[in-house]
Design a protein around this ligand. Structure first.
Ligand code: F1P
Length: 330
């Protein structure tokens, strides 16, 4: 059946997250020691595709926790334009790659070690892959490895695996149960929403630390359903792109803790222009309730179901999209 593996992987997220959080933290210890010794001046997170959008989220998460500045850049940008992105300060570089084989990530790691003698971390689902073999530390989310081409549980579980290395696992422990509750309460509705033929346009809006979710959500719709989707910073959306909103637009808007009043206004304006709008962290009848932006990861399986619904309604197979493969090697 079309999308069978993708659906299974989406729905398995609460269980896979729970097993990630329950795994012995041994592999974190050397990294935690490295962080404690803090012999680096900057943190840099890099990856490609979903793994780059995960890098954006990780950078947002670490900015409020790390004692040093944090950047995120696409690995291809580091490879092609190292002088724009890498200086000679000492980096701890987190290289994100499900497969551990993506060419740009391997090249970026090489540049980072050659140019700034960076210490490197492989955040991956393939602990015996090429990337893990050349990095100083490995954070493995092997339990989330996927059969499907499109990344769903690997994305969310790699985030958790990284987050638990930088914070106490207690702060993350409620996420599996929260995701389970949200899936039960809103899963069918979000998949049905995605499947409605009337939506010619899909738009994702998020700001601050949550912006990576909007980028990843747009990529999920594109990869699974082979239809375009766009992502914007919430307030940026008002500076031109909002002009395209009309009936037949589906929009999803995340609320952050700091920006919620302004973000809510943009969501309202978008709704007023004729779009159907789901607010993640909102309290309206269409919305996905959260207790704060710290729970936003728990809503991601619902976005995956929305993209799956759109793909299946268009007779696409998200397990094997016709245009892309598991890895890009160039
Ligand atoms: C990254 C990636 C995926 C994308 C596609 C090609 O792979 O760009 O995000 O869905 O399958 O590869 P990786 O470096 O995380 O293995």
């Amino acid at each position: 059946m079309r999308g069978e593996a993708t659906r299974r992987e989406i729905l398995s997220q609460p269980d896979v997250w729970a097993s990630c959080l329950a795994a012995p933290p041994a592999q974190d210890e050397a990294l935690k020691e490295e962080i404690r010794r803090a012999r680096f001046d900057r943190l840099l997170v890099t990856g490609c595709g979903s793994s780059y959008y995960l890098a954006l989220l990780i950078a947002g998460y670490l900015r409020t926790r790390a004692a040093v500045p944090v950047d995120a850049h696409p690995a291809g940008e580091i490879w092609l334009h190292p002088d724009l992105h890498v200086d000679r300060t000492r980096y701890l570089a987190i290289c994100v790659s499900r497969s551990g084989r993506t060419s740009e990530v391997l090249h970026a790691r090489e540049i980072l070690t050659a140019k700034s003698q960076a210490r490197t971390v492989a955040l991956t689902c393939t602990p015996n892959g090429a990337l893990a073999q050349v990095c100083d530390h490995v954070l493995s989310a092997e339990m989330a490895q996927e059969e499907s081409v499109v990344m769903t549980r690997s994305f969310t579980t790699m985030f958790l695996q990284l987050a638990r290395a930088f914070s106490d696992a207690g702060s993350l422990a409620s996420l599996p149960a929260r995701a389970r509750t949200l899936l039960t309460a809103h899963g069918r509705r979000m998949e049905a929403l995605g499947s409605q033929a009337k939506f010619a346009r899909v738009i994702f809006l998020a700001s601050g630390s949550l912006y990576g979710f909007a980028r990843e959500a747009a990529l999920k719709v594109e990869e699974m359903s082979l239809t375009p989707a766009t992502a914007y910073h919430v307030l940026e959306f008002r500076h031109g792109p909002i002009a395209v909103v009309e009936p037949g637009t589906l929009a999803v808007c995340w609320l952050t803790d700091a920006g919620r009043e302004q973000e809510r206004r943009v969501a309202e304006e978008t709704r007023w222009l004729g779009a159907e709008v789901v607010v993640i962290g909102g309290d309206g009848p269409q919305d996905i309730p959260l207790s704060g932006e710290g729970e936003a990861l728990a809503a991601m399986p619902l976005i995956h179901l929305l993209a799956l619904g759109r793909a299946l309604a268009r007779s696409r197979d998200p397990d094997r999209p016709r245009t892309i493969g598991h890895v890009v090697e160039i």
